[in-house]
Design a protein around this ligand. Structure first.
Ligand SMILES: Cc1cc2nc3c(=O)[nH]c(=O)nc-3n(C[C@H](O)[C@H](O)[C@H](O)COP(=O)(O)OP(=O)(O)OC[C@H]3O[C@@H](n4cnc5c(N)ncnc54)[C@H](O)[C@@H]3O)c2cc1C
Length: 289
């Protein structure tokens, strides 16, 4: 199966999805159907989160493996440092390698709700750049490595220049490409690109786009991740927030406009936060690709 940087060498723009492992068996069965529908859209790759929001960590690799084996689509397994010792991470990396998964999104992660006070000890990595370095040290170029980018700055680092330097550092330690946090104001993304290019970052920065299907949920995500909700978004979605069908339709239209502007402005593709649903991202992708 292909490494994401190899796909980049063939394609100027890529389209990809992010999924998460459901907590229930019923959710898992539904996800398999969603993957089948998403696969028909022939995305360049599909990524699967690891432990995000307390999600089922064990299933990440099964899902990433299944995407490749059953659908022939390259997958990206997210992996976080949080809660794992370096010895455990080495075992997980061996497992990823054995399963033929060729791409990893190397993340620090956040302490989960069940362990809110967890802090890294001597057996843990503190930052994602250490994970990038560890992967390169043990597996050389066996994996394509992605890292997370934060156009509005990471919630714990609101100094945008400092945040940009940390991103550059992750790439220097082995990251090949970047997937961004979601955002709604494209200026934020373009300014981020300018900031990164100015300090010599050449890697592809894939914008992460989330379709608005439930405005209240999006507000919760935005509050958690400190993402700005622009006036334009408030104006469209506040009046219709109790009408889920109207919100979903407006969400698709908003995302189509957002993606078109990003692509026209030079973005090297779109990474969709599909939230394990296929309808909205299908309409958006068909309209923008
Ligand atoms: C595309 C994407 C996918 C994600 N997928 C998942 C997932 O699957 N599972 C999950 O649990 N979470 C996921 N997250 C959330 C992510 O784990 C959190 O945002 C986490 O707080 C930061 O992870 P990171 O890899 O960016 O950490 P890091 O790069 O380690 O950064 C963490 C903090 O430390 C600062 N920092 C970085 N380097 C240094 C340094 N050298 N010295 C001092 N400070 C530094 C940064 O500015 C930041 O404030 C994802 C986020 C994104 C954008």
């Amino acid at each position: 199966m292909t490494k994401v940087p190899e796909i980049f060498s063939q394609k100027a723009k890529t389209f990809s999805f992010e999924l998460f492992p459901p907590k229930t068996e019923a959710g898992y069965q539904k996800l398999l159907e969603t993957i089948g529908r998403l696969a028909q859209l022939k995305p360049d790759f599909i990524s699967c989160t690891y432990g995000a929001g307390g999600g089922n960590r064990e299933k990440t690799l099964d899902i990433a493996q299944l995407i490749q084996r059953d659908h022939g689509i390259p997958s990206v397994a997210h992996l976080t440092c949080v809660l794992n010792t370096t010895a455990q991470i080495l075992e997980i990396l061996k497992d990823i390698h054995t399963r033929g998964i060729k791409n990893i999104l190397a993340l620090r992660g956040d302490p989960p709700l069940e362990h809110p006070d967890w802090t890294p000890g001597p057996e843990n990595f503190k930052y994602s750049f250490e994970l990038c370095h560890f992967i390169r040290t043990h597996f050389k170029s066996a994996f394509g490595i992605g890292v997370a980018g934060f156009p509005e700055g990471h919630p714990l680092c609101r100094d945008l220049r400092e945040d940009a330097r940390y991103l550059k550092n992750k790439l220097a330690f082995g990251g090949d490409f970047v997937i961004t946090q979601f955002f709604f104001d494209n200026r934020t993304y373009f300014d981020y690109i300018d900031r990164l290019r100015a300090i010599g970052v050449a890697a592809r920065i894939l914008p992460g786009i989330i379709p608005i299907a439930n405005y209240k949920t999006i507000l919760q995500f935005a509050q958690r991740d400190k993402i700005t909700i622009p006036q334009e978004v408030k104006k469209i979605f506040e009046p219709i927030q109790n009408d889920l069908e109207a919100t979903a339709q407006a969400g698709v239209q908003f995302a189509i406009r957002q993606c078109r502007e990003l692509l026209a402005g030079g973005a090297p593709g779109i990474h969709f936060y599909a939230l394990n649903k296929s309808e909205a991202v299908t309409d958006i992708l068909n309209a923008v690709r």
